[in-house]
Design a protein around this ligand. Structure first.
Ligand SMILES: [Zn+2]
Ligand SMILES: [Zn+2]
Length: 360
């Protein structure tokens, strides 16, 4: 947020820019937050022109309050002056196979598109500080239709600092929440309308990077898509009776996902296209369930000195030829097998890093 107060209220109660008023106390302006008289500092050539409180007045919320007010005024004005005032958000059409789809429960199986509406085609009015119809709370702006009063209004909530948990407060009402940190943010809304940014989600499909503009009470998704043709990337882990396993990146349509190997003991689909760490995680999950020893789980199976893969450091005493391919299944009967518990704890002990998975 800008560190200077560049707008204030004039005698008529209107927001005015610092360069549009006389210098000093002659400006006849008051602070939108504390309502005390301000002086306009608009003659200088070095510092940015701004309004200042009288000496000794402490008003910590002046800039925030003013920005909030300015956002309401500018957006309302733009709504009336412009023929087009858009709202735009991401619409997701999820897989219809809610019961059988392996991916839909992690929100992976969907098609998406941007939906854009010109609010001016549906609404003709925009008012400030209107109480919600059912809730004792004031919205910053209410966009509604005088010509079609049956149309559900849209409430605009502007946040200059932190946003509250709107979705919990009012389920039902159509609300657009926008975040404003400086005047440029307001100008962007004026120029492009209410536009949802990119949602970024983590493994558990929690939104981790929230958009600056969020939509509540709008239809932004359906669960009825019968025509998903995009393959979903995942990590496939296959464990065999021998204790050997594979772990690799795979992709397919949700309806086609099934076991890859008839003779496998267990196959797991990890719902992530980020392979990093999955190989190790899967290895220890498999061991925990089936308890099959394998050299890859053994402390004695280490990186070879020349960087050419791995070798058993007891190869001499066990009578192994270190230049021949190593059969990791030999651990099943090896008397020197020593479980690498430290590594197992690293991957299974920390519950924070678990990735959603489905057994096939
Ligand atoms: Zn003040
Ligand atoms: Zn699906």
């Amino acid at each position: 947020m800008k560190a200077f107060l560049t707008y204030a209220l004039n005698q008529e109660g209107l927001l005015v820019y610092v360069d549009s008023v006389p210098n000093g106390n002659e400006c006849n302006c008051i602070c939108p937050a504390c309502k005390k008289p301000l002086q306009a500092k608009n003659a200088g050539r070095i510092r940015e022109h701004h309004f200042a409180h009288q000496p000794g007045v402490d008003c910590p919320t002046a800039i925030e309050t003013t920005l909030h007010l300015l956002a309401k005024e500018k957006i309302q004005k733009a709504f009336y002056e412009q023929d087009v005032f858009n709202m735009e958000f991401e619409y997701r059409s999820y897989c219809k196979n809610e019961k059988t789809c392996q991916f839909v429960r992690y929100d992976n199986c969907y098609l998406h598109e941007r939906k854009k509406f010109n609010l001016k085609e549906f609404y003709d009015s925009c008012e400030q500080e209107i109480p919600y119809d059912e809730i004792r709370r004031r919205s910053d702006l209410k966009i509604w239709s005088a010509a079609h009063p049956e149309r559900e209004p849209i409430y605009i909530e502007i946040f200059v600092t932190h946003a509250s948990e709107l979705e919990k407060l009012h389920s039902g009402c159509k609300i657009i929440k926008i975040k404003i940190e400086e005047e440029e943010d307001i100008d962007k809304v004026v120029a492009t309308g209410f536009s949802e940014g990119t949602r970024i989600e983590d493994y558990h499909r929690e939104t981790v990077v929230a958009s600056e503009t969020s939509f509540y009470g709008f239809k932004t998704a359906d669960y009825n898509n019968n025509n998903i043709k995009q393959e979903i990337a995942f990590s496939r882990y296959i464990l065999y009776q021998s204790g050997k396993f594979q772990c690799y990146q795979d992709a397919c349509l949700c309806k086609d996902i099934k076991r890859e190997r008839k003779n496998s003991l267990c196959e797991i689909c990890f719902h992530t296209d980020v392979a990093f760490g999955i190989h190790e995680l899967a290895k220890w999950m498999g061991y925990k369930r089936f308890g099959i020893k394998n050299c890859l789980l053994c402390k004695n199976y280490v990186d070879s000195y020349n960087g050419m893969g791995k070798l058993c450091r007891l190869y001499k005493s066990l009578g192994l030829n270190r230049f021949e391919p190593h059969d990791t299944a030999r651990a099943k009967t090896c008397t020197s097998f020593s479980l690498n518990e430290q590594e197992m704890d690293e991957f299974l002990g920390n519950n924070d890093v678990t990735v959603p998975f489905t057994e096939l």
